[in-house]
Design a protein around this ligand. Structure first.
Ligand SMILES: Nc1ncnc2c1ncn2[C@@H]1O[C@H](COP(=O)(O)OP(=O)(O)O)[C@@H](O)[C@H]1O
Ligand SMILES: [Mg+2]
Length: 297
């Protein structure tokens, strides 16, 4: 019987104080969990502290590509803990609990499965579905952040690095979950949690400018929901950030102009953002345009 295993509580592996080992560019990096951003939705976002530099006598310069002793956001794409277990999506009753056995079976059939549709009634196919989603999300993030270099550190977080989780021997794993490290947005709150009074015209303008810039950088976000727009700091936000490029699309070099234009129109990032802002502020389109061009009071 399928059991819902949505992840409402922080798994022991991600509790404050736990250490997480990651491989970035063949470098071993260990970070310490400060807190998990619960509940998990697709991936698992943890706020972690990077380690102190450990210069060796042979090479006195710290080698880590992460800044030492700093808070950063670690986004892990581990199908074991995805919050998507328990949801129904695209007709797939994706509520199979994780098991090492199903993960191993899915991995062993992967070659054969390359081009096969998944069977919604099969637990091993369910495992494959989660894994594909996690892997695809990380690839989208890495690719689109590269395109968005000019917005990093302002309208989108800075991408600090990416690599793979180093899993221990138990439980036995058959996949190697990918990860990204992002700039930590301090005291970030999602736009749906904020008092609309705190959403100033300049914050609204900066969001519209950020999202309007995606098209020229050959990116479409595609998932501008209220959980993916962050404001910082929560009490009196001065920075608005678009997060979560897990469903983003980027233009491939070979892609025809007409096809890419169609994709942009279908995803309509600016339209989605304006809808989100209108709902948050309780305004119609004209009122929003007027508000966005006003000075902050
Ligand atoms: N760079 C960041 N700094 C601080 N908090 C973050 C950062 N990125 C994500 N978060 C927190 O984690 C939550 C989930 O992040 P998101 O990228 O949307 O992951 P998912 O793909 O799982 O939806 C966000 O709503 C936010 O609360
Ligand atoms: Mg999200």
């Amino acid at each position: 019987m399928p059991v819902s295993t949505t992840v409402p509580v922080t798994p022991d592996e991600y509790k404050p104080g736990a250490t997480i080992a990651v491989d970035i560019d063949d470098e071993d990096v260990t970070v310490t969990v400060v807190r998990a951003c619960m509940p998990f939705t697709v991936s698992q976002v943890l706020i972690v502290r990077t380690s102190e530099p450990t210069p060796t006598s042979i090479d006195p310069t710290p080698t880590s590509i992460l800044p030492p002793n700093k808070l950063v956001a670690l986004k892990i794409y581990d199908p074991r803990f995805t919050g998507r277990r328990g949801e129904k999506k695209d007709g797939l009753p994706v509520c199979y609990p994780w098991s090492a056995e199903n993960e191993a079976k899915a991995a062993s059939r992967r070659q054969w499965w390359q081009k096969r549709d998944l069977d919604s009634t099969d637990a091993v196919d369910g495992e494959e579905y989660y894994w594909r989603e996690q892997e695809d999300s990380q690839l989208s993030e890495v690719k689109t952040y590269e395109h968005l270099e000019s917005l990093q550190g302002a309208g989108v977080p800075r991408l600090l690095g990416y690599g793979y989780l180093r899993c221990g021997p138990s439980p036995r794993r058959s996949v190697v979950p990918p990860v990204v490290f992002l700039e930590y947005i301090p005291d970030a709150t999602r736009i749906y949690d904020i008092d609309p009074q705190l959403l100033t015209p300049s914050l609204v303008r900066s969001l519209i400018e950020t999202v309007s810039a995606f098209e020229g950088l050959d990116v479409s976000h595609g998932d501008l929901n209220a959980g993916n727009v962050l404001l910082s700091p929560a009490k009196r936000p001065t920075r608005a950030v678009v997060a979560d490029f897990g469903y983003a699309a980027w233009r491939e070099a070979y892609e025809e102009d007409a096809d890419w234009r169609k994709e942009l129109a279908r995803r309509d990032d600016v339209g989605s953002l304006r809808r989100l802002l209108r709902n948050t502020l309780g305004m119609d389109d004209d009122e929003l345009s007027h508000f966005a061009s006003a000075p902050d009071s």
